[in-house]
Design a binder for this molecule. Structure first.
Ligand SMILES: O=c1ccn([C@@H]2O[C@H](COP(=O)(O)O)[C@@H](O)[C@H]2O)c(=O)[nH]1
Length: 281
């Protein structure tokens, strides 16, 4: 099976043509209820189908949150699998938010699950946790390169609890997060227009000027909307790296449903706000 064009290049193209937004698909039980759906497999299927049908042909990137599908066992995974296929068929990119991380030999199996091009859950990129050591991610890095997929490595997460691990200072004086960013800059060296190995960096974190975010790769930025950050915060948080930010909004878009028109309006509004904020930076 022929490899895809590298994820970084496909991402740059998608955001240039469809707008700078990643919509998260997070079927919280509370959202299902507010859409008038039951918290069961039928509710999950209807919710997911509605989001896909409303947005797949206009939003650049989608980030399904695997946990909300896994909750329903194999039937939930089947809904996720169908959504990934439909989103990709409609020309959108899919970042699977499964935050996988394990010893290398097990990481290889996770990589086969999401990054092997003919796998049922193949996604354009996968979120991964480097907290078993960055080197443990090597099987995923290698398979992503082979397939033309990408990774988003947890570096500076949007939740306040992340700081106790990510801001910890190593013996060499660097923080753990800075070390992860440095690894990613190495992976992306020489890639054009953008490397395929991104970092997760929360939009909620305030001024990050003490971190070198120039990794020549995408910065997936959750935290906009329900967690309190706004598109207008992006230049202050990301500085010169703001053009490589992939802003994720999940609940703040999804709560506009179940009306397809309202979902589309919400996505357009966030994309416009991000575009304006980045243009003014
Ligand atoms: O640091 C992180 C990493 C991942 N997430 C995920 O992003 C979405 C955010 O959802 P909202 O509804 O827009 O708050 C969710 O799937 C998280 O698991 C994150 O928030 N922060």
């Amino acid at each position: 099976m022929s490899p895809l064009e590298p994820f970084g290049a496909r991402l740059r193209h998608a955001m240039d043509s469809r707008g700078p937004l990643c919509v998260g698909i997070d079927p919280h039980a509370s959202l299902l209820a507010s859409w008038g759906l039951n918290d069961d497999i039928q509710g999950l299927e209807t919710f997911t189908r509605t989001v896909v049908d409303a947005l797949a042909d206009q939003v650049a990137v989608f980030k399904p949150q695997s946990a909300f599908f896994e909750r329903f066992g194999s039937r939930g995974i089947a809904v996720l699998e169908q959504a990934v296929a439909d989103l990709r068929d409609a020309g959108a990119l899919v970042v699977m938010d499964a935050k996988r991380g394990d010893i290398g030999s097990t990481m290889a199996a996770y990589a086969e699950t999401y990054l092997r091009k003919d796998a049922p859950l193949f996604s354009d990129a996968l979120t991964v946790s480097p907290y078993l050591g960055y080197g443990s991610l090597k099987p995923a890095v290698d398979l992503a390169r082979e397939s033309g997929a990408g990774l988003f490595v947890l570096a500076l997460t949007s939740n306040p609890e992340g700081a106790e691990v990510q801001h910890a200072v190593r013996a060499d004086g660097r923080t753990v997060a800075a070390t992860m960013l440095a690894h990613l800059a190495e992976e992306n060296a020489g890639a054009e227009p953008l490397g395929s190995f991104g970092a997760v960096v929360g939009a909620t974190l305030g001024d990050l000027s003490s971190y070198d975010l120039a990794i020549n790769g995408p910065l997936l930025a959750p935290g906009i909307g329900a967690q309190g950050a706004t598109p207008a915060d992006l230049p202050r948080v990301f500085g010169d790296a703001v053009r490589n930010v992939v802003p994720n909004v999940s609940r703040a878009v999804l709560k506009a449903g179940p009306s397809s028109a309202a979902l589309r309006d919400a996505a357009v509004r966030f994309a416009d706000e991000v575009r304006e904020a980045v243009a003014a930076a």
